[in-house]
Design a protein around this ligand. Structure first.
Ligand SMILES: *Cc1c(COP(=O)(O)O)cnc(C)c1O
Length: 388
């Protein structure tokens, strides 16, 4: 037996090939490094990818979502229905445009907003629904858009984690209302930091361009005007060049993620059985191999059956050289939100899952043996902490 420590496996890691490094060098040498020809090429490539819908890129996913809300005209006095289980950016942008997030509980299987509970949360002030596709698994898109049409609501899809995900064979982003993606380093397609918004028409795209650069429009050679308050949220050509290369690699990444997820299910079930832990209420992700892009592989820990908390499980895994993450605690438990009267107990399923969810490593450069090692280590830890 070898006593060398195995290599640490982080919960995620981006992959960059030589072509990407070369593409970045080319931009740096070109003399034009901020938004320019590479951004235009990236936006038109993305537009083709999304079935010729207009696409505009931004400095990050957060700016993308905020601008989506601004394009939809959402602001003070408006309510936006969303999920408490997301990266806090989702509801922060709602607050930042002066609107009010209304949290609806999640479905315990998909861990996404429970669309069956949305109607009950609609008031005369409701202007939009902002669903999140956690780990890249979309909601029922037919139900979402039927609901939106029935109640005349805008939909701002927080598809930050869902680049490459599908619904009934159609890419997320290729249909629907405003669809926002993030290209942050952990996402399936990264530009280091960045994001893109898929819009309905050129008027919306022009408005989004204004919001991303100080509200500016140019006329002729020297004319300028500012008629709305915009920010500084443009994506640079360096980032766009990375995105163009990542897009070429996406099918390979996607196939690898799917294969690794399949292996997790297989090895997890086998190991749980071998350890006599079949009665453990460990919740695996929804086993969806048609729609999900497998952005993450998340389990919900059976804390009631364990004499350890999540932090202890994470510590034990770390000692085995296995990195994990928490995506996410319920937003309503954060001080900023509690101070505004929100309570995690208002959405009890989200509260429980936010407290018990754990992200295991999943990224394209992982090997099959990594999945085996992680799963065996994880099941061993569950066995050790199992209550008698
Ligand atoms: C990553 C992410 C965002 C924000 O994207 P940034 O690019 O980090 O600003 C928003 N929502 C969700 C669900 C995300 O995962």
């Amino acid at each position: 037996m070898s006593n060398s420590t195995p290599e640490f496996i982080p919960f995620t890691r981006p992959s960059f090939n030589q072509e990407t490094i070369d593409a970045v060098s080319e931009v740096l040498r070109s003399g034009w490094v901020t938004s320019g020809p590479k951004l235009a090429e990236f936006e038109s490539t993305l537009s083709k990818y999304f079935g010729d819908r207009p696409v505009r890129c931004f400095a990050n996913g957060t700016a993308t979502m905020k601008i989506a809300l601004q394009v939809a005209g959402i602001g003070a006095g408006d309510e936006v229905i969303t999920t408490p289980i997301s990266w806090v950016a989702t509801s922060n942008v709602i607050l930042s445009v002066g609107a009010k997030p209304v949290f609806v509980d999640i479905d315990p299987i998909t861990r996404n907003i429970d669309l069956n509970k949305v109607s009950a949360a609609i008031t005369p002030k409701t202007r939009a629904i902002m669903p999140v596709y956690l780990a890249g698994l979309p909601v029922n898109m037919d139900q979402l858009y039927t609901l939106a049409k029935e109640h005349k609501l805008r939909v701002i899809e927080d598809a930050a984690q869902a680049f490459g995900s599908q619904w009934k064979g159609k890419k997320i982003g290729s249909f629907g209302d405003l669809v926002s993606f993030s290209f942050q380093a952990n996402k399936n397609l990264t530009t280091i930091e960045g994001g893109c918004l898929v819009l309905n028409n050129t008027d919306e795209a022009k408005l989004a361009e204004k919001f991303r650069l100080q509200g500016l429009t140019r006329q002729g050679m020297d004319g300028m005007d500012v008629d709305v308050l915009g920010g500084k949220d443009n994506l640079t050509d360096v980032n766009a060049a990375i995105g163009l290369e990542q897009l070429k690699q996406l099918p390979t990444y996607q196939a690898r993620r799917t294969a690794l997820a399949r292996r997790y299910f297989e090895v997890m079930r086998r190991e749980l059985k071998a350890a006599g832990l079949e009665d453990l209420k460990l919740e695996l992700p929804a086993e969806n191999f048609t729609d999900s892009n497998w952005h993450m592989f998340q389990v919900v820990l059976p804390l009631a059956q364990l004499n350890a908390d999540r932090a202890q499980i994470m510590t034990d895994l770390k000692e085995l050289g296995i990195g994990t993450g928490v995506h996410y605690p319920a937003i309503t438990g954060f001080t900023l939100y509690k101070n505004q009267g929100y309570k995690p107990t208002d959405t009890p399923i989200a509260e429980r899952i936010g407290r018990s969810i754990l992200t295991l490593p999943l990224f394209p450069a992982m090997s099959d043996e990594d999945v085996d090692r992680i799963t065996k280590g994880f099941v061993g830890i569950l066995q050790k902490h199992r209550k008698n």
